[in-house]
Ligand binder design. Structure first.
Ligand SMILES: Cc1cc2nc3c(=O)[nH]c(=O)nc-3n(C[C@H](O)[C@H](O)[C@H](O)COP(=O)(O)OP(=O)(O)OC[C@H]3O[C@@H](n4cnc5c(N)ncnc54)[C@H](O)[C@@H]3O)c2cc1C
Length: 359
């Protein structure tokens, strides 16, 4: 059933995912993106963080400092740990009560579990894994012309429409698709961590807090959380890394990652990988950069022996500086690289390491 009156819906909500009292980075990135969108929609559009948990009042301050105008605070002992049923219910109730125009979720395990279920409950659409969002047609056309092959010929840049244009890779990353949700509200999307930018933190910033009335009983939750088991293997934090040294099939085998690790240690970076190496069992999936791995945006991204397949580029092309090392001068990675070094990575990397300290 379509939403009856679209104009009843206003403001941009971000599901401010927290785990064990710590906000996920993607939530802060989405608050930043929400701010950009709100400025395009109009001055009275607020960016609101939807903060759910128990004893998490402190986190509201962080949301304000990163740009939220308002925090909807949903607290209850039954929300201490994430459960699909409880979170779905409280978000669905809140959407019905407050009617946000847009709701953004991080494409984390939790966001991907939650958002489709909420979409089904409130009977609206959801675009998963967006890499770009626009509201004004003018800015969308500009973006689409520069970054995609999407046809914008029939669009009028002065059209006042401010519906959300949600762009994401489609068909295995071979083309981009822009999806709209014209008949129902809220417009919802999940966005991968690392794709959008946080705003500069403003210490001491304040905003409005709305304590949301929770109508939840234990009977609403069909699962029982017995224990939380933390992963003990070493996890790489690709999304937060400033420098990433990634290896591809050009390494020739798993031992090549010893050189990449040495390189990363030398330059103060972390180890990334193409999917080819992950599929070959040379390195764990947690290192994979790309469409089906992690999206990254470091200051420097070293691509060593990586050809530059579109699915890899989808995860790293927004890096500030891309340095490609490849022995094939025609490798597509050179098209996105700021610095390209044609040569054998086993010769080039030791040279860079040698000079790193000297520079
Ligand atoms: C649905 C889907 C999702 C995908 N998701 C991802 C993803 O998330 N991430 C991802 O990376 N891929 C992904 N892929 C796979 C992607 O299409 C490519 O197959 C993969 O990225 C190739 O990895 P590569 O560049 O390491 O290997 P290759 O394409 O084989 O390239 C190896 C490169 O190394 C160079 N080389 C060889 N030896 C040396 C040397 N000694 N010194 C320097 N250079 C050398 C070669 O010239 C070549 O350019 C996906 C594919 C599909 C279909």
């Amino acid at each position: 059933m379509a939403t009856e009156n679209l104009s009843d819906y206003k403001d941009i909500w971000v599901f401010a995912e927290q785990r064990q009292g710590k906000l996920m980075n993607v939530a802060l990135e989405l608050i930043g993106e929400g701010y950009n969108l709100s400025r395009e929609i109009g001055a009275d559009t607020k960016v609101c963080a939807l903060l759910i948990g128990n004893n998490i009042d402190d986190l509201a301050k962080e949301c304000f400092e990163y740009g939220a105008d308002k925090v909807y605070l949903v607290q209850d002992p039954l929300l201490e740990n994430y459960t699909t049923d409880a979170y779905t219910k409280v978000i669905t109730d809140a959407i019905h009560e407050y009617k946000p125009e847009i709701v953004l979720y991080g494409a984390t395990h939790i966001g991907r579990d939650l958002a489709p279920r909420v979409a089904a409950r409130v009977d609206t659409g959801l675009t998963a894994d967006c890499t770009h969002l626009n509201v004004k047609l003018g800015s969308y056309i500009e973006y689409a012309k520069e970054n995609t092959t999407l046809n914008t010929d029939n669009l009028d840049p002065n059209d006042p429409d401010t519906g959300l244009k949600m762009t994401r890779p489609a068909f295995g990353g071979n083309l981009m698709a822009t999806i709209i949700c014209p008949r129902t509200r809220p417009q919802m999307s999940t966005v991968r961590p690392g794709v959008m930018s946080k705003r500069e933190r403003v210490e001491g910033a304040v905003g409005e807090i709305e304590n949301v009335n929770v109508k939840l009983t234990a009977a609403d939750i069909r699962t029982e959380l017995i224990r939380v088991v933390r992963e003990t293997k070493e996890m790489v934090s690709l999304t937060d890394a400033d420098i990433i040294c990634s290896g591809g099939r050009g390494l020739g085998g798993p031992d090549g990652f010893k050189l990449i690790k040495e390189f990363a240690d030398k330059v103060g970076g972390v180890v990334g990988s193409s999917r080819a190496c992950v599929d070959s069992g040379w390195i764990d999936h947690s290192h994979q950069v790309g469409q089906t791995g992690t999206t990254v945006k470091p200051t420097i991204y070293f691509a060593c022996g990586i050809s530059g397949a579109i699915q890899h580029l989808a995860g790293m092309q927004n890096s500030d500086i891309i340095v490609a090392i490849n022995k094939d001068p025609e490798a597509p990675i050179f098209e996105v690289a700021d610095y390209g070094i044609v040569g054998d990575l086993y010769k080039v990397i030791p040279e860079i390491m040698e000079r790193w300290d000297a520079e």
